[in-house]
Ligand binder design. Structure first.
Ligand code: PLP
Length: 561
């Protein structure tokens, strides 16, 4: 319904974009606002009095007002404009001092984004505090029992409760209003990370009564590198600013300085003016359309949920109810996170990416959560206002096919042998001929992505698999998308990873090691990555996978010297 308002899709009509939790596409009004500023009003803000400088300052301050209106904040001086949620949380954690805090503990949820964990680790070290975790169910759900446990943990010993309004990894909507109320009762400071909520749920800062609320423009149809820190005025007045420099001061001598009042106190340096103006346009778009967006996303989420629930090998994580169904817990925004039994998600994603579908696989900057859920990562599918029923259907069809393809990948060889036997024949000449060919030759002969993919799947069966007892830290190769171990076993280099594509690549690499050693060439100095590139395999390397393969090559070389 909103798709035509996003120029990206006119330029890329074939793209199915289901990674809006990572960043959203940009609304036409945002692009126009940024462009107009650069084309007609480009000057810096708050410093000069000539016409375009006034114009720029006015546009910048209007954006602040639009952001305040979006979150129902009636004093725009409480809206600090900065580079995003990460900077906002860092500003809070670095700026708090002991006499602003009552208790000893920082309470966070198990599903927090790293941006809402690391700054608290620093603060806890600086002030000698401890961090307590509120846990989710084993499937990542936050329901009544988790809420009750949360309430018990939120007692007088808590100085700060820092939590997302919505989890970026799971989509869970948390009952922040009740939590902020309880936090106030025990005099704890509440910090709400609204980054994943702001484009999907109405946010009313007065009703929430939180102390801080933060978010980033790029998750709400605005530009990257710009965001918001809302704070209660007396806290902002006491908070030490993080960025010291131009325009955040009232008076400076060589030995001392007096700062401006908020918000300028926190906006040192030349700000991202065009970004802020774009953010203002995004805030206006959301204020005007949020109800409609919410209903639209809810409908799509229901289609997505029922489609995913029909796929029996998936394990869906997190809350599964759309927003508005219950009063406090168990709701989700239009986002699903899941794992696939017995198969590697990166292998699955590779097949999905081939169909121009963007989804995200990984830990979603929530590594501690992945440890709690005992998964290496999840596949995350996230909906935005421009998502259509057709996008969801295309994704579901593609997912079913990809899973089928992964499963048949397991059976390709068996099927061939099986059907040949059934027909009372030997394996066909073709298979017989190629059966003894080196993996490299088969990959070189395979034309096109599909055939190379199939050859890698087949090659994966030739890898000498490392026994489970040797899959230990000592043999681990770090920095890979999936867990990977390589070491010697029975005088052969063996390896294991759940990814079949990577197993295929390893089989190819170890075949080359054998060749070089048999030919008494230097196996430990050979350019294996160049070899893979020459075989045209770089099309299988995402940025993450490329790093992993390079680490695996380094590990192999290490074992050879
Ligand atoms: N918090 C949450 C819940 C997020 O999803 C993200 C980004 O993924 C962040 C914080 C960090 O946002 P940014 O990188 O824009 O600062």
């Amino acid at each position: 319904m909103f798709k035509h308002q996003f120029p990206f899709f006119a330029n890329k009509p074939e793209q199915v974009y289901l990674d809006s939790a990572a960043t959203t596409q940009k609304h036409e009004s945002v692009i126009a606002a940024v462009n107009n500023y650069h084309s007609f009003s480009n000057a810096t803000v708050h410093r000069s009095a000539y016409a375009i400088a006034n114009e720029a300052t006015q546009l910048y301050e209007e954006a602040r007002t639009s952001v305040a209106a979006l979150i129902a904040c009636n004093n725009s001086s409480q809206i600090i404009l900065n580079s995003g949620a990460t900077e906002s949380i860092n500003t809070i954690a670095a700026g708090l001092h002991r006499d602003m805090l009552q208790g000893e503990k920082i309470l966070i949820l198990a599903s927090e984004h790293h941006a809402n964990i690391l700054p608290w680790q620093q603060l806890s070290k600086r002030l000698g505090m401890s961090i307590d975790i509120v846990h989710l169910s084993k499937d990542g759900q936050f329901q009544q029992s988790e809420y009750e446990a949360f309430k018990r943990q939120l007692n007088e010993s808590v100085a700060i409760v820092a939590m997302a309004h919505v989890s970026n990894a799971l989509g869970n909507i948390y009952p922040v209003q009740s939590i902020c109320y309880l936090a106030k009762q025990v005099k704890a400071i509440s910090v709400i990370d609204g980054t994943q909520a702001i484009a999907h749920l109405p946010v009313n800062i007065e009703e929430l009564a939180c102390d801080f609320y933060v978010f980033s423009a790029h998750k709400m149809y605005g530009p990257t590198g710009v965001g918001v820190l809302f704070g209660r005025m007396e806290l902002l007045e006491n908070l030490t600013p993080l960025k010291l420099g131009g325009e955040m001061i009232r008076h400076v001598s060589f030995t001392d300085a007096q700062y401006q009042a908020p918000p300028l106190k926190f906006e040192g340096g030349t700000p991202n003016i065009s970004g802020v103006i774009g953010l203002g346009a995004a805030a206006k778009f959301l204020s005007a359309n949020l109800r409609e967006i919410q209903n639209h996303e809810k409908r799509l989420y229901e289609t997505l949920t029922s489609g995913l629930l029909q796929i029996k090998d998936l394990n869906l994580l997190g809350n599964l109810n759309p927003s508005g169904k219950t009063d406090v817990c168990s709701e989700s925004i239009g986002l699903h996170s899941f794992v696939l039994k017995n198969h590697n998600l990166h292998d699955l994603a590779q097949l999905i990416y081939q169909q121009n579908i963007a989804v995200r696989v990984g830990h979603h900057c929530a590594m501690p959560l992945m440890q709690c859920l005992k998964v290496a990562g999840t596949m995350r599918v996230s909906i935005a206002c421009y998502t259509t029923e057709a996008d969801i259907q295309t994704f579901l069809d593609c997912l079913v096919n990809a899973i089928q393809q992964l499963k048949t990948g397991d059976d390709i060889k068996l099927q061939k042998i099986g059907s040949a036997r059934k027909l009372g024949k030997q394996l066909d000449e073709d298979t017989k001929e190629t059966a003894n060919l080196p993996i490299a030759a088969k990959i070189r002969d395979a034309k096109g992505w599909d055939n190379q993919y199939r050859q890698l799947m087949l090659a994966s069966k030739h890898l000498k698999i490392l026994p489970v007892e040797l899959r230990i830290d000592e043999n681990a190769v770090f920095g890979c998308e999936s867990e990977l171990w390589i070491t010697w076993c029975d005088e052969r280099l063996c390896a294991y990873t759940q990814s079949k594509v990577v197993r295929g690549i390893l089989a190819l690499l170890l075949e080359k090691v054998d060749d070089l050693q048999n030919g008494s060439k230097q196996a430990s100095t050979f350019d294996y990555f160049g070899y893979l590139t020459e075989l045209n395999l770089s099309q299988f390397f995402s940025v993450g996978r490329k790093d992993g393969i390079q680490n695996a090559i380094a590990a192999i070389k290490n074992k050879l010297v």
